[in-house]
Design a binder for this molecule. Structure first.
Ligand code: ZN
Length: 169
């Protein structure tokens, strides 16, 4: 089942999401994840955090599809444990549809989280995956990529935002 994606301006996207007690969500997790994957793939996204489907818990999914091959990552209570280098690339977000801006992020990012089965894992990503790690963890901390823009960039996009917001559901 596809879920509605929350949009910039909605409170759930500004909140610090609640830590997950794995045992508490274990039974509901498979269905929730199924819906989140369907929602994300349905709009050709590469990442989706629970607050983007109006659930304020520390859970996010990522699939940046290196070489077109699916690489599904489920992160529960993710923590960024290492970040190195910096790179500026164009970035967008399913909660800010139609808007793209250059955002400076780390080049190499290591995340520690629980997977869908509740097992602890660590994964290091570069390029788009590193960017996705930081972007999704930001969502769990109530931040959007817009928070990383320079003042000048922020002023530029605020006009565009007002305009494109009219077309959001
Ligand atoms: Zn996003």
């Amino acid at each position: 089942m596809k879920m509605r994606i929350t949009k910039h301006g909605e409170d759930v996207l500004k909140k610090i999401a609640k830590s997950v007690d794995y045992d508490e969500i274990r039974d509901d997790l498979p269905a929730l994840l199924k819906n989140m994957w369907e929602t994300m793939y349905g709009v050709k996204g590469v990442g989706l955090a629970a607050p983007q489907v109006d659930i304020s818990i520390r859970l996010a999914i990522i699939d940046v599809k290196p070489e077109g091959k699916s690489d599904k990552i489920v992160m529960i209570n993710p923590e960024i444990v290492n970040r190195e280098g910096s790179v500026t690339e164009e970035e967008g977000c399913l909660s800010v549809p139609g808007l793209y801006a250059k955002v400076k992020r780390h080049k190499r990012v290591t995340v520690r989280a629980l997977d869908a089965k509740g097992a602890l894992f660590e994964r290091t990503g570069t390029g788009l995956l590193a960017r996705a790690f930081e972007h999704e963890v930001d969502h769990l901390d109530g931040k959007l990529f817009l928070n990383h823009l320079s003042l000048v960039e922020r002023l530029r996009v605020s006009t565009i935002l007002k305009d494109i917001k009219k077309n959001w559901d």
